[in-house]
Design a protein around this ligand. Structure first.
Ligand SMILES: Cc1ncc(COP(=O)(O)O)c(C=O)c1O
Length: 371
């Protein structure tokens, strides 16, 4: 099997970040405003023995894996099936490396995180898309996904809470899909990187709740979004037994081991519920303020994650020209919807976790232009 590096995508993202100035109000980047308190970092640095900063086990510190397993104890994820990686994205990359196969099919969301399509192309897989429609609040429906399944389907990818629409898959739809897959030879990759950032009254539901799926389930998660740790590059994923030995070698052969200091920090904070609670509180405060004050905002109300997903005014030719206008006129960076699939080319993504006065600056101008 040979993968084609010329098929990789992502230039749009690097072009946007190269253009940012120091003064740019950056509502484009998918980085939450909150951070791990500095005192945790100072305490860690004070205590850590310089001489002991070294490689760890290739797939991560065992005690950290045990703590992940404890944090999600209702899911029964054995620590032996968990790997720690530099960011959640490495888990996605490994999913395509392990499951990718020329001629086989992968079912992806359209609209979706652009890495999925890039890696599907890289591994030579045929892509089938299930649509996320605004009239259904951008939520995935089991029947849409099931209708795309064929003999060639190797895996399905779900991302909930969702980037860029901030929708959350309904429990009943999750159940329907899980039941359908019960006796099928198809893998499910569930990207749950925003799992802690849910604002609905009910709790976060992982596909891990379906124990009968564990043999064909890969869960992608991490601390970049939930704990505001994008720069620490810390992620984890859960895998069926049959992949674990090879993944250990994949970690060893690609990054030797995840960053030890970053792992130590996560080990300290992972079971501290107050941080996650304060992140949700902050996000909910922003969200509720925005939707109470700006009732005519043309966006679904986010149920999770950190994004407003807004329709652009008719007078703009494209999402790109709209973003360009905001960048030049107001020094505000936002992301064109088409970065997440062609069907999103009349939308833009705006990070509402950022400083409220900056988010409001965007909204006020957006509404003025829309009037
Ligand atoms: C849906 C989704 N999955 C995975 C990732 C990757 O996260 P990380 O920064 O931990 O690699 C992102 C980051 O933007 C994301 O939005």
């Amino acid at each position: 099997m040979s993968f084609n590096f010329k098929k990789l995508l992502g230039e749009q993202t690097s072009t946007i970040s190269n253009r940012l100035k120091k003064t740019t109000i950056n509502l484009g980047v998918g980085d939450p405003e909150f951070r791990v308190p500095k005192k945790e970092i100072i305490n860690l640095v004070k205590k850590i023995e310089n001489k002991k900063i070294s490689y760890t086990n290739p797939s991560g510190i065992i005690n950290l894996k045990k703590k992940i397993s404890r944090k999600y104890n209702n899911l029964n994820l054995s620590f032996k099936n968990i790997i720690i990686t530099p960011g959640g994205k490495t888990g996605i990359f490994f999913s395509f490396l392990m499951l990718g196969e020329k001629g086989k099919e992968v079912i992806l969301p359209d609209i979706g995180f652009p890495t999925y399509l890039s890696l599907a192309r890289y591994t030579g897989m045929k892509v089938k898309n299930y649509k996320l429609n605004e009239k259904n609040f951008f939520k995935p429906l089991a029947k849409d996904i099931i209708s795309l399944i064929s003999k060639k389907t190797k895996f399905i990818l779900i991302n909930s809470p969702h980037n860029p629409t901030s929708s959350v898959m309904d429990d009943l739809e999750m159940k329907k899909l899980a039941m359908y897959l019960k006796n099928k030879n198809i893998y499910l990759v569930s990207d749950e990187i925003y799992s802690d950032l849910i604002f609905k009254e009910k709790k976060y539901k992982s596909f891990g709740q379906f124990k009968f799926l564990h043999k064909k389930l890969i869960i992608i998660n991490g601390w970049s979004k939930n704990y505001g740790m994008t720069g620490w590059r810390m992620g984890w994923s859960y895998w069926p037994n049959k992949f674990i030995k090879s993944l250990e070698l994949m970690c060893l052969n690609s990054f030797t081991s995840p960053n030890m200091v970053a792992q130590k920090l996560v080990e300290k904070i992972i079971l501290n519920k107050t941080y996650v609670k304060s992140h949700i509180k902050q996000l909910k405060k922003n969200r509720d303020y925005i939707f109470k004050k700006y009732k005519n905002l043309n966006s679904i109300i986010p149920e999770g994650a950190i994004y407003l997903f807004l329709k652009i005014p008719k007078k703009f030719k494209s999402d790109h020209s709209f973003c360009e206008f905001f960048f030049k006129k107001f020094n505000i960076a936002i992301v064109p919807g088409s970065s997440f699939g062609k069907t999103a080319n009349r939308y833009v993504r705006v990070n509402f976790s950022k400083k409220l006065s900056n988010v409001e600056k965007f909204i006020k101008n957006y509404l003025k232009i829309n009037a």
